[in-house]
Design a binder for this molecule. Structure first.
Ligand SMILES: [Mg+2]
Length: 295
């Protein structure tokens, strides 16, 4: 087998390199060849992926977190049609590693087992446009509270998953709402909003079960909407997200759709797969079973 391994040494609080010996030990077999590409600066992951000669490989492996995979995915799809891509694999060496949990991959070892077996499943991919660009994501797209928390969490990355929690708490202290107009398939709504998450997979920020019923291959995304509530109500409800029980909270609404459009007042930043990319308005679509992921 011939693998391209795209490695982000900045993932997981710059600790992702600790898994490299294990990865080499498992994959460096006589029947395998590995081309290692290491990201050296901001924007490099996407450049590496865009320049890759994808036809040379049986699988393209990303070693890092959700953000690493996001940049690799967008680099790959900026230059290649989806059907020309080989199998994709994720070695979870990041902070949250939310998306891979839905592929039943919880550790680096799980991922290496899947790569050795070359077992895969077809997975839905979502996208939205920002001007001329199409942005792809596989985990979720957030705006409002969830995005503001991501932005704050970036200052606390060294605390790993606790960093995201710190972002959430700080954001609760400075809680704000926005006006949102949204069209979900054919249904039009206008309301005050705290948070919108368009979810392809179930987890966010590592182990928060934001969309407990989401499936990676049903051709639909799960939409989670949080309406305005007090700081006290929010703090009381927050722990429910770890078990997915928050979806029964009176301020939370869930929908399932193939297409969603939204605009907000004021303009809000968007966070696809835990990264910051673009602002409202946006129009999001799902591409059913677009890519094959090792699992
Ligand atoms: Mg789905």
């Amino acid at each position: 087998m011939k693998f391209a391994l795209i490695f982000n040494p900045y993932s997981g609080g710059k600790k992702s390199h600790q898994f490299l010996p294990l990865v080499h030990k498992r994959l460096n077999q006589p029947q395998n060849t590995i081309d290692l590409f290491t990201s050296e600066y901001h924007g490099h992951l996407q450049q590496i992926a865009a320049a890759l000669n994808v036809e040379k490989y049986d699988a393209i492996l990303t070693m890092g977190g959700d953000g690493t995979h996001f940049h690799v995915l967008n680099g790959l799809l900026s230059k290649n049609k989806a059907h020309t891509l080989p199998l994709l694999g994720i070695i979870p060496a990041g902070t949250g590693n939310s998306f891979v949990k839905d592929l039943d991959i919880f550790t680096v070892q799980d991922s290496l087992d899947a790569i050795c077996k070359m077992h895969y499943k077809w997975v839905d991919v979502c996208s939205y446009t920002q001007g001329e660009n199409r942005v792809y994501f596989v985990n979720n797209l957030g705006l409002g509270f969830v995005t503001d928390a991501v932005r704050k969490a970036m200052f606390f990355k060294r605390f790993k998953q606790a960093g995201y929690l710190i972002g959430v708490v700080l954001n609760t202290i400075g809680l704000t709402f926005h006006t949102m107009e949204l069209t979900v398939d054919d249904q039009h709504m206008c309301e005050q909003n705290c948070l919108l998450a368009v979810c392809n997979s179930r987890y966010i920020g590592g182990n928060m079960l934001i969309a407990p019923d989401a499936r990676l291959d049903d051709g639909l995304f799960d939409i989670v909407i949080l309406s305005p509530l007090s700081r006290f109500q929010l703090l009381k409800a927050l722990p429910l997200i770890f078990s997915g029980e928050h979806i029964h909270h009176p301020a939370v609404r869930t929908l399932r759709a193939r297409h969603i459009e939204f605009k907000t007042r004021p303009e809000k930043q968007l966070s696809p797969d835990g990264e910051l990319s673009g602002t409202t308005p946006a129009s999001v679509s799902i591409h059913p079973k677009l890519l094959r992921y090792l699992c």
